[in-house]
Design a protein around this ligand. Structure first.
Ligand SMILES: [Zn+2]
Length: 199
């Protein structure tokens, strides 16, 4: 997921630089390509992770790096064409509180909220989506241990948005067909222009 109001480039550069200094990676991290709507691969339903191992943790590191660089506040493995039930989220201001969700599930506790959502797979577009206000989340962490937490506000929005991705659902599926088709047409056009430019 993506904030509507991004930080200024300078501040972004500054925070990323700091983070890299603070957390020297143990391995070589890689930035991953993010699929963009209406790529049909975004419609794939992800499979549960059978075992959390070193490969999973390498993937998590790459996903976090990719999300921070974008910059986004959430990324699902589906978006990088890996169809496993893995999500990374960080809604903290300093981008230093990553939340890792493996095989996440949630149940709605109560309430509704509207939030203007964006998505790294639908770059440049923001629309208001209605979702549950309070949810109970359970998932496995980086070590494969299960945990539960209650989420509300922006975190609840983000968790629901990312779990949607694992089920092949995008935030534009929650808005009117007219708006969705308009965004689709504009992105298709932009992708064509980009391809032409690269040639
Ligand atoms: Zn998204």
């Amino acid at each position: 997921m993506q904030y509507k109001h991004n930080l200024s480039n300078f501040f972004l550069y500054f925070t990323i630089t700091n983070r890299q200094l603070d957390q020297q990676p143990t391995g070589i991290m890689a930035l991953l390509d993010i699929l963009e709507f209406p790529d049909p691969r975004l419609r794939t339903k992800a499979k549960a992770v059978a075992e959390v191992n070193a490969g999973t943790r390498k993937l998590l590191d790459d996903m976090l790096e990719t999300m921070y660089e974008a910059p986004g506040i959430g990324l699902a493995a589906t978006q990088i064409n890996v169809h496993q039930r893995i999500v990374v989220i960080d809604i903290s201001e300093d981008k230093n509180q990553p939340l890792i969700l493996i095989n996440p599930e949630y149940r709605i506790i109560e309430g509704e909220q509207d939030y203007e959502e964006g998505c790294l797979s639908v770059p440049g577009y923001y629309e208001s989506v209605t979702r549950a206000e309070k949810i109970q989340l359970n998932a496995l962490d980086r070590e494969g241990n299960s945990f539960e937490m209650e989420c509300n506000g922006l975190l609840a929005v983000c968790v629901q948005h990312e779990i949607d991705h694992l089920n092949g659902i995008l935030f534009v599926d929650h808005i009117s067909k007219l708006k969705r088709e308009r965004i689709k047409a504009k992105l298709v056009k932009a992708h064509k222009a980009e391809l032409k430019h690269r040639r």
